[in-house]
Design a protein around this ligand. Structure first.
Ligand code: 5AD
Ligand code: SF4
Length: 341
């Protein structure tokens, strides 16, 4: 479906929430049915070289207790994912050193030898050569949010980085035939309805396999602590609009939605999202992956996979541990004759 920028702005302003949410959920139903893909996420360390003004893992934040899982601990988390019959593992960290990436590359190779798991990485900005090494080791997918397409807002949020480099990374990942995920935050300081509409349009132009969007949540230990967090309802409208414009993309109900409002993840599923990512990071450490307040702290049970399965069942959804490759990616690779996808 096509929408003009004016139509997008009207929906963002709340012109017709009922129709917007209904259309988005119908599209999810059409392409994915009632099935929610579960992906196990391992936040294997919380070290970061970058210094984003919004994030609790930023280099200069001395209040964050830093941790790094050993090889053995990472393998143990993988076992949990396999035992719970999930087909995808997401390995996430801040932006790490080359040594840490080399260590991870070895682990990816070992895991791929042992299990038919899809491996998704979320490790930030790296060189083409590094991405190539990770792909060669067997990684399937990569998540790198663009955060915002507006240059001024980007510069203010990530002063030591630039948007051009971020876009270059995504181009590199595309060339390497990763399945690609990106997205942005809703409500970064300086955002207007207009720049949000531009984000929606430009993200759609990227023709992505996976799209993750959530509200900016002000973190008390960052330079952005005094800015208002992104609006929950505006984020929900954004998710629905992006789903309508990208019906084939896998879209998670993000934990930032839950931080913004209790039940926010479930509501995101109801308006068309089709992925959930339970954390399998050890319970004693996962609270330290505090990108924003509330992250990793609202589920009561140590086994988030079990807990989310129950929540889904109670809400009338089916859950699936299938690999859940993007429909777009499968179609593209089939057309090009690529095997084993
Ligand atoms: N609020 C919401 N999302 C955040 N992220 C980082 N910090 C915050 C925050 N304060 C998101 C970014 C990043 C992803 C891993 O988490 O979009 O890409
Ligand atoms: Fe590091 Fe990512 Fe946080 Fe930026 S958003 S400080 S790159 S973990």
């Amino acid at each position: 479906m096509q929408l003009t920028k004016n139509q997008i702005i009207e929906y963002l302003q709340g012109a017709n929430d009922a129709a917007l949410f209904y259309q988005a959920s119908q599209l999810r139903q059409k392409y994915f049915g009632n099935e929610i893909f579960l992906r196990g996420i391992i936040e294997f360390n919380n070290h970061c070289k970058a210094n984003c003004n919004y994030c609790g893992l930023r280099r200069s934040n001395q209040c964050t207790h830093r941790y790094s899982l050993s090889d053995q601990e990472i393998h143990h988390c993988i076992e949990i994912i396999v035992q719970n019959n999930l087909g995808t593992v997401v390995l996430q960290s801040g932006e790490n050193t080359r040594e840490e990436i080399n260590r991870l590359t070895k682990i990816i190779r070992e895991v791929k030898k042992k299990y038919p798991l899809a491996i998704t990485l979320s490790l930030g900005e790296h060189s083409f050569e590094t991405y190539q090494k990770l792909k060669d080791a067997g990684a399937d997918r990569y998540l790198l949010r663009i955060e915002t397409f507006n240059k001024a807002i980007y510069q203010n949020a990530r002063p030591q980085r630039n948007l051009t480099d971020r876009l270059r990374c995504i181009e590199d990942l595309k060339r390497l035939n990763f399945e690609i995920g990106s997205g942005f935050m809703v409500g970064l300081p300086g955002e207007t309805i207009e720049t949000l509409a531009d984000n929606i349009i430009q993200l759609t132009e990227m023709d992505l396999d996976m799209i993750g969007i959530g509200p900016f949540i002000a973190h008390p230990d960052t330079p952005f602590k005094n800015y208002p967090s992104g609006d929950y309802l505006l984020s929900l409208r954004t998710l629905a609009l992006v789903k309508i414009l990208n019906p084939l993309a896998n879209m998670p109900a993000t934990s930032a939605m839950e931080s913004a409002r209790t039940g926010g993840r479930l509501n995101s599923l109801k308006i068309g999202m089709n992925v959930l990512m339970p954390t399998v990071t050890p319970a004693s450490l996962k609270g330290n992956y505090n990108i924003y307040p509330g992250k990793n702290t609202y589920l009561k049970c140590d086994n988030e996979i079990l807990e989310l399965k129950t929540i889904l069942q109670n809400a009338g959804f089916d859950y699936s541990g299938a690999r859940g490759d993007s429909l777009k990616y499968l179609k593209k690779n089939k057309a090009q004759g690529v095997k084993n996808v």
